[in-house]
Design a protein around this ligand. Structure first.
Ligand code: IMP
Length: 428
């Protein structure tokens, strides 16, 4: 099977951008299937980092067809700006990029409503990225959204937009006491954007199905992580899309029978941005060390990420939900200077030990992690390119993860640079 799905097994920020970019050398197509500009996939371009929010990570690799599938929500203004930005960095965005006509738009009122809702939630705020993701998916489900294909007929779009802004303004003004949005001014902004994106619009599901039938290598690039999935994550502290492998079918039109292997991306420790339960979170010097060494700041919002140890209970859950057999471990080098490394192997809840990942945020909040301690390696892994070049305790740490989570590791990332990878087995 020539199609591979890459998903994060934690709360996002596992380093999927770098890994997707590395896998691109063997891919013919790279596809985003969910999420929107809330994602921030950092890849290295000629040694300088570049962050993609909506563009698939394969865009910087010549010869790859990049597709945004219908399961993604697209902020057209942000996408047009991103295309301009990467073009200025010498990246070609032309025939190598397609946007499915059915992907819904994130429009300015979605962002305004999200900001007002988050403010109204007060202490219970979700800590969203303020990219309008939740309200855009809510409108899609409520049959009040506007697919991006509508931009092709701008006059008809204008009529629909003005009518919708009228209703959204009622919501903003009456419910939240906010200022109404000026539909005309927004349309002025949207008109050139519509023109610049028109050439990329396409009907993509059949292109993808045909590519897989022809045995071309297709890489489905997940955004966020399993524990942020709207159904299987730590609800309500989740994003609003299906971040798990199941999202590929509904987010691209490729049936489950054509989806091949699912590869999990697992950071050697855990991070989380925004609110919500996080059993292995640490707040002492360890957290500061991880945060500094791992540059753990949000690529989209710049917020400091919460940090903690690797959680095998959560990893096993992600493996089960996605059907993962192999993982890629990232940022192993961040643990290079720890004398001891902790791994959470079970939870304790109400005095009993369990290896079940709770299905509600309230229950997850009540668990206490049960740790095993593993000796650190206290030496640099950054230059390792082969298994034999990893310090034996680092290898023992990886083997322990495989054993505890019942999974194989196909490679390990040991630094931000593209070449900083130790490959055990190949993906395609
Ligand atoms: P939203 O996706 O902006 O609605 O945010 C919902 C939750 O998902 C918040 O806790 C965000 O911090 C989190 N989130 C969204 N996108 C990402 C991401 O790309 N990485 C990590 N966390 C994310």
């Amino acid at each position: 099977m020539s199609s591979v799905v890459v998903v994060g097994t934690q709360w996002g920020d596992e380093g999927k951008g770098k890994i997707t970019n590395a896998l691109c050398s063997d891919a013919d197509l790279v596809v985003r299937f969910q999420g929107g500009a809330n994602a921030g996939h950092t890849v290295s371009l000629d040694g300088v980092p570049i962050v993609f929010h909506l563009l698939p990570s394969g865009i910087s690799v010549p010869g790859i067809q990049n597709i945004i599938g219908p399961g993604v929500v697209i902020d057209p203004i942000a996408l047009a700006a991103e295309i301009t930005g990467v073009t200025e960095r010498g990246v070609e965005v032309g025939e190598n990029f397609l946007i499915d006509v059915g992907a819904h738009m994130v429009l300015p009122y979605h962002k305004a409503i999200e900001a007002a809702e988050e403010r109204a939630r007060g202490d219970s705020a979700i800590g969203t990225t303020h990219r309008g993701i939740g309200p855009a998916y809510a409108d899609r489900c409520a049959r009040d959204g506007i697919p991006i294909g509508a931009l092709a007929a701008f006059d008809e779009f204008r009529r629909r937009f003005e009518e919708t802004v009228g209703r959204k303004n009622e919501h903003l003004v009456r419910l939240y006491g906010e200022e109404p949005l000026d539909a005309r001014a927004l349309l002025e902004q949207l008109r050139p954007v519509a023109l610049s994106l028109a050439g990329y619009l396409a009907d993509t599901p059949e292109i993808l199905r045909a590519a897989i039938r022809e045995d071309r290598n297709v890489l489905f690039e997940g955004a966020q992580g399993t524990l942020l999935d709207v159904t299987f994550g730590t609800y309500p502290f989740v994003t609003s899309s299906s971040t798990t492998a199941g999202g590929v079918a509904t987010g691209t039109g490729v049936p489950p029978s054509l989806i091949g292997e699912v590869i999990g991306i697992t950071k050697a420790y855990t991070t989380r941005v925004g609110a919500g339960p996080f059993p292995t979170e640490v707040t002492d010097d360890t957290a500061r060390m991880i945060q500094e060494r791992g540059a753990e700041r949000g690529a989209t919002t710049g917020r400091a990420r919460r940090c903690g140890w690797l959680d095998i209970v959560a990893l096993r859950y992600s493996i089960a939900v996605n059907g993962i057999k192999r993982i890629i471990v990232t940022k192993l080098d961040v643990l290079d200077s720890f004398e001891t490394i902790k791994v959470c192997v079970a939870y304790e809840i109400d005095g009993s030990r369990t290896d079940r990942f709770p299905r509600t945020a309230d229950e997850l909040r009540r668990v206490h992690p049960v740790y095993v301690e593993i000796p650190g390696w206290m030496s640099s892994t950054a230059e390792a390119r082969q298994e034999s070049e990893l310090p034996p305790p680092a290898l023992a740490y990886l083997k322990q993860i495989c054993k505890l989570a019942d999974v194989d590791i196909c490679s390990v990332s040991v630094g931000a640079k593209g070449e900083a990878i130790v490959e055990f087995t190949s993906i395609f």
